[in-house]
Structures are given as C-alpha cells and as structure tokens.
Design a protein around this ligand. Structure first.
Ligand code: ARG
Length: 459
C-alpha cells in the first residue's frame, strides 16, 4: 500500500521498518470507533461550511458502507495499511473519490487516535461494568442463601472468630462495588475532555465546532488544551489501575476458592464444568479456573506498569511511543473480561458445604474473645478478662478440652463470676448473632449489606 505521506520521501520505507511501525494488527479492532468519529467529523465540517453538504453526504454514506462491509465480512481489513485510520481513509477515497480526500481536513491522526481509544474504552467499560454487576448479583445470591452458615473467620490464616459465610463473601461484594464506582469515575473524567479538533497538537486555522463533535460523540466537554488533548493518556492509566484492582480482588477470592476446595478445608466443591483432571493422577479435581484468574492478575499489573513506563519520559506532544498504549490497554481489557466471564459462573455453580465449615469453626477456641467479653459484661476490665481466658485456653489445651466442654466447676476455679449461662454465650450461633455492631457479622448487618448490593444493582 502506498503511504499517504510518501510525497516528501524519495525512497520507500524499508519493509522490516514498515512492519515494525505498523499498528494495524492490533488497532484494527477500533474500526467502529474510527468510523463513527469520522462521520461526526464530516458532519461538523459541513455545518461549518468547510466542506459542502454533498461532500458530507458522500463521506457519510461511504463510511457507512465501509462499516457494513467490515461487519458482514465483505471487506477485510488490509494488514498492509499503516493503521486503522489510514485504512479507513484510503478505503473511503477508493469508494467515493475526491470527497474522501477532504475528510482529514482540520484533524490529525493524533487527535483521531486519542478519540478512538476513548470511545473504545467507553464501550468496553460498559461491558466490564455489566460483568461486575453480574458478579455482584452472584455474590448477593450466595450470601442470601448462606446467612446462617457459620464458618471460621481467619486472621494470619489461623482460626480467629466465627462469622457467617454470607458475611465473608459480602466482603468481596464491597470490594467489587468500589471497583464499579472506580470505573464510573474514571469514565466520567475521560468523557469530560473530547480531544478531537486538537489536530496535530496546536489546533487549527479552520472555524471548527469542537463542542458539536464532542456532544454528538457522547462526551460532556472538550479538552481545553490541544497539546493535552493529544498527549493525555491518564484515562488509560486510571482504567488500567481500576482493572488491576478488579484482578487483585478476583485473585484474592480465587486464592480462597483454591484453599476452600482442597481436602484440607473442603468448604466448597467446584462444579465439574469449572474444574479439570490430571493426566496421571486419576483422583484429581483441580481448580484451574481460579488458579488462572490468580495467575492472569500478573498480566494486568504488567499492562499497567508497561503503560506507565511508556509514558513517563515522553516530551509533549504526540510521540510514536504512544502507539504502545493500545496493546497494553487491549490486553488488560481482554483479560479482565475473560476472567470475569469464567469466574462468575464458577462461583454461581459451586457447592457450598456448610457442615464442614461449621465443623472447622467448632474445633475450639474460636469463641475465646466471646468468653472474655462474657466476663467483661459481668464487670471485669477487658484486659483482665483477656488474660484469664488465655490461661483457661492454655489449661484446656494441656488437658484435651475445649471451652464448650470444660465443666462449670473448673470455670469457677478460674473465676467465681462464671455461671451456667456461659455455655450459651460462647455457642457459635450466639457469637455470630450477638455481633450487633454495624458492619459486623450479625444478621442485621448482613441484611444491610445485601440490601446495599441489591440497591446498587437496581440503580
Ligand atoms: N497508529 C498511531 C498510534 O496509534 C496513530 C497516530 C499516528 N500519528 C503520528 N503522528 N504518526 O499512535
């Protein structure tokens, strides 16, 4: 394909250099955004009298036919083109002749690509946001089903205090609700500065109407500085950061799924359709999907780091380095979507094993804090009660007892404040249902969390 810019050169670009320079292999996925941006650009040029109505009509119908033909498979994207912007423009000129050569008036590929990637991210963010909502729905449903199922809560991966499974999974619900918010927030900022009309870097001598273009393309404002308009990739960084956090949350959840599905825990069993076998060990049922989600988290962190590193030394305005933004952005988008698409049905179909969770919670001493609180409610200062319960725990361990089965007479030897009501106070159900503080594992708080997610989903 002849280069549009060939006029200034005496020799053709070396073919290896041409290949190295070209971005069509990856930016071709933005064909739709590129075409819709161009349609609005042509409309603006005609409104402002920069091209005629007739030229605009030719351009718009030419672009529309290109879009239809790409979508139907009739037109293949020519991988010899330098990038998607060049491809669309040359195909247009092929179809409509001279009018096509007017489309690039008062714009540059620099503002064009800055526009395209914003529009691409807008539609991907809608999709990713929809997937996060689906995930929140799945978490809400699991929580609603397991409001009364008690499991050990952990710190340092040591049994700490009893909680409900609902409360545990809702913790992830809160994290993903913030992820959703982060995407919305970054998109809001991205849409506030439509770059088109910034041209190469300095604006243009034509009497353009940037506000018209921005509004037509769904933006809320225009970039107020043309150099910033073409140089800014903050929105890519912000969104990749939001995606990295989604992955971090998915990865922590995956880690727990891997643990819970092991024979050592057996708190859940993953559905056959989301597990794999071994090529040698006939008994194996491996949580590969959860492991892969955990593993792919590194990729998305890498994409974020690659982008930040690409941008850090760039002088203003556009530099070709910026072409590297797309592969990082595309890979992060693809990875997050793929991970969510498999993670959601994986957790929605997993079998929760509440009996095993309860058994693990009942193995002793998870209610030690509650025993100390019992003494506190009888008038003992917390630090004194805490020390006394520590001594009781040590005594139980030495004598093969747990708090639930140590006889009352023995309790009374430790302190006369102990009474028969202590056993009810330290039962797992009481420990959970009496944790009435806001945000705790108690039933009112769990209901409030479920309501919060439901309202967010109805929003
Ligand atoms: N393919 C280029 C990119 O993605 C488009 C912009 C090219 N601009 C330029 N001045 N060479 O960055």
């Amino acid at each position: 394909m002849d280069k549009m810019w060939a006029g200034r050169f005496h020799k053709a670009l070396d073919s290896t250099a041409d290949d190295f320079n070209s971005s069509i292999h990856f930016d071709s996925r933005m064909y739709k955004e590129d075409i819709s941006g161009s349609v609005v650009h042509a409309m603006m040029l005609a409104r402002q009298g920069i091209i005629t109505e007739d030229e605009k009509d030719k351009i718009v119908s030419g672009l529309t036919s290109i879009l239809e033909d790409i979508e139907s498979g009739k037109l293949g994207i020519d991988m010899a083109a330098e990038d998607i912007h060049m491809f669309v423009e040359s195909e247009l000129t092929k179809r409509i002749g001279d009018a096509g050569k007017k489309l690039h008036t008062a714009r540059s590929r620099n503002d064009q690509v800055a526009l395209d990637i914003r529009m691409y991210l807008l539609s991907e963010c809608e999709e990713i946001g929809g997937l996060i909502k689906k995930l929140l729905g799945a978490i809400r449903d699991i929580a609603s089903e397991h409001k009364n199922d008690i499991m050990p809560g952990y710190t340092h991966l040591q049994r700490a205090q009893p909680i409900t499974f609902a409360h545990h999974v809702l913790a992830y619900g809160m994290m993903f609700s913030r992820d959703l918010d982060r995407i919305k927030d970054a998109v809001k900022r991205m849409l506030a500065s439509c770059p088109i009309g910034s041209c190469a870097l300095a604006g243009t001598t034509y009497n353009t109407d940037r506000a018209f273009e921005a509004e037509r393309l769904g933006f809320t404002g225009i970039s107020l500085n043309s150099i910033d308009g073409v140089s800014d990739r903050d929105f890519c960084v912000e969104l990749l950061d939001a995606f990295a956090l989604i992955m971090m949350h998915l990865s922590r959840f995956s880690e727990e799924i891997v643990l819970w599905s092991s024979w050592e825990f057996k708190f859940i069993e993953l559905d056959d359709s989301y597990t794999t076998g071994s090529s040698i060990m006939p008994q194996k049922k491996n949580p590969d999907m959860a492991e892969l989600v955990r593993g792919k988290t590194g990729r998305v962190y890498g994409d974020l780091m690659a982008l930040l590193t690409t941008l850090k030394g760039l002088p203003l305005a556009y530099n070709k380095d910026m072409q590297e933004d797309k592969e990082a952005v595309f890979d992060a988008v693809d990875t997050v979507k793929k991970c969510l698409e498999v993670f959601i049905p994986m957790i929605a179909t997993m079998k929760v094993l509440p009996d095993n969770m309860r058994l693990a919670a009942g193995k002793g001493f998870i209610n030690a804090t509650d025993l100390a609180d019992y003494l506190v409610k009888k008038g003992m200062p917390f630090r004194t009660a805490y020390k006394k319960v520590g001594e009781i725990v040590a005594y139980c361990i030495e004598n093969g007892l747990i708090l639930e089965n140590m006889p009352l007479e023995k309790y009374k030897e430790f302190d006369s404040a102990f009474d028969a009501d202590l056993y009810n106070e330290i039962s797992l159900d009481t420990c959970v249902s009496k944790r009435i503080s806001a945000g705790g594992t108690g039933p009112d708080s769990v209901e409030a969390q479920i309501r919060y997610i439901t309202e967010l989903l109805n929003d």
